[in-house]
Design a protein around this ligand. Structure first.
Ligand code: NAP
Length: 483
């Protein structure tokens, strides 16, 4: 795919170069090879994109929701039609297995289909008046120009999770994708362009994140910022945005626990915990970060878990039988190695994995053996921080109350997993866990149709489901004196 052509930004219906012809290059993390060159934007391009999106707001917000829905369904259709091509781009940029990339494209298309319909159900209400001469109507209106900042780990899914509801609500959008996965966002943008979305409704800006995002924060014309990324960057953004009372949605980091209770179906728990950990090589905000297993079942569960983890094949994501591809970059890989080293130094027992893989042509990329640790303690980094890689620490606990207490003992609250066959446990533990999404015997709980977001330091607001469109609406009260 590498060529010298520069992929451009998209503003006001035109593909444009960066100011001064500046560019940057994307690298395939599996091979170290250059993939593409991209036009690099700056403050001036961000400002241009805001103007374009603001100019397109009146017509787009007044376009009937049914017509907006028709266009969004066409975006979804094009994404599915181009699934193989887009999936290949995702794998080249991000390293993830091609089968996961295909699933991601289809998941992203589902967002456009679902919000194409949901945009037609933005109902207001009438409120019974207190006085005979009054009438009260509550309206929901698009919040306005929206900037969407997305990470590299699910580069088309998270882009779609923001664009689909924002556009369905009648907002115009400026996407600022992660630097590492710009081409994926360009592919998504091309689907919007080819579907016939009017100029200015969808824009794509690149460039140094702190500079570009600062323009969004300070602009009066940009009314909303929706951000997915790390808690650290999210906090900084919230601090800056507070001064301008900017509407914010924040989807941030996680540190998901998995609880395996003594009544769990062992096979389901083994597959669930391994899958919840290793999907996208553990580089998922909702990844299982740590596992608590009740002592009565630990002896059965742990060896089977190790057996299962060993079956996950590490390799270049473009190969059909790869289960774990390359990590995104050296920094990501080193963080996992640091967590392993720290744990082992503090007494953890390594049951499998633990090393970088350099054989069979993997030496140019960032490949790690999927790793399982036991004898872990709360002081270890892997039990405190978001590891964001294929490392699974397993702690044996005496009962379910200890599992709940430990699971909640974190500043994060994005996801948690529960493996049980008891209905009582399903409700009591499900209700006690402090996280926005709980997967019960389900390692893939996130879906277009249900709300997604974090408790505590994992974020503000919700994406997906009915709530996902509310994030792009303002509420207005029309008070009418009829006399
Ligand atoms: P990140 O470093 O926070 O980056 C996220 C996005 O913010 C990227 O587009 C990045 O641009 C941009 N950015 C960087 N510096 C910024 C700044 N000063 N101001 C504003 N934006 C800035 O996160 P990441 O490493 O890409 O993604 C991994 C993190 O995202 C993990 O913590 C993960 O849990 C979280 N995540 C959360 C969810 C969720 O839904 N809750 C979903 C997926 C991932 P550059 O690419 O140019 O640095």
């Amino acid at each position: 795919m590498s060529d010298n052509k520069t992929e451009r930004m998209y503003i006001n219906g035109e593909w444009i170069e960066g100011p001064g012809g500046q560019t940057y290059t994307a690298v395939n993390p599996a091979t170290g090879e250059n993939i593409k060159h991209f036009a690099k934007g700056d403050k001036s391009t961000a400002a241009m994109a805001i103007e374009a999106a603001y100019g397109a707001m009146p017509a787009w917000s007044k376009t009937p929701a049914v017509e907006r829905g028709r266009l969004l369904r066409e975006v979804a259709r094009l994404m599915r039609e181009r699934c193989d091509r887009i999936a290949r781009v995702i794998t080249l940029e991000n390293g993830k297995p091609i089968k996961e990339s295909r699933g991601e494209v289809n998941g992203a298309a589902a967002h456009f289909d679902w919000y194409a319909e949901q945009g037609q159900r933005i109902y207001g209400r009438t409120v019974p008046p207190t006085f005979a001469n009054k009438r009260h109507i509550v309206l929901h209106q698009p919040v306005g120009v929206t900037a969407a900042i997305t990470p590299w780990n699910f580069p088309i899914m998270l882009w779609a999770r923001k664009l689909a509801p924002a556009l369905a609500a009648g907002c115009t959008v400026i996407a600022r994708p992660a630097t590492a996965t710009t081409l994926t966002a360009i592919e998504g943008t091309k689907c919007c362009v080819d579907a016939g979305l009017p100029k200015g409704t969808v824009n794509l800006v690149t460039g140094k994140a702190s500079e570009v995002v600062d323009v969004f924060v300070k602009s009066d014309l940009c009314r909303k910022i929706t951000f997915t990324g790390s808690t650290e960057i999210g906090i900084g953004l919230a601090e800056r945005a507070a001064k301008y009372m900017k509407r914010l949605s924040l989807e941030l980091g996680g540190q998901g626990p998995a609880l395996v209770l003594s009544d769990a179906d062992v096979e389901v728990a083994v597959k669930g915990v391994a899958g919840g950990k290793l999907r996208n090589n553990g580089q998922s905000c909702i990844a299982v970060n740590r596992c608590y297993v009740e002592q009565q079942i630990a002896e059965k569960f742990i060896p089977k878990l190790v057996q299962e983890v060993k079956t996950w094949k590490v390799g270049n994501g473009l190969e059909e039988d790869t289960d774990c591809g390359s990590m995104i970059n050296e920094e990501g890989l080193n963080k996992v190695l640091e967590h392993i080293e720290d744990a082992v130094k503090k007494g953890a027992k390594l049951l499998c994995g633990g090393k970088r893989l350099m054989n069979d042509g993997l030496d140019k990329g960032y490949f790690l053996e999927p790793t399982v640790l036991t004898n872990v303690t709360d002081e270890m980094m892997c039990m405190q921080e978001e590891t964001f890689g294929p490392l699974l620490p397993v702690m044996t606990v005496k009962d379910r109350d200890e599992a709940i207490q430990r699971a909640n003992n974190t500043k994060y609250g994005l996801s948690a997993y529960l493996f049980t066959t008891s209905t009582k446990n399903l409700f009591e533990v499900g209700e006690a866990l402090e996280a926005g999404t709980i997967g019960v015997n389900d390692p893939v709980p996130s879906t277009t149709i249900a709300p997604f977001g974090g408790y505590k330091m994992s974020g503000l607001g919700r994406e997906c489901g009915v709530e996902g469109i509310e994030a792009f609406l303002e509420t207005k009260h029309l008070s009418i004196n009829i006399e």
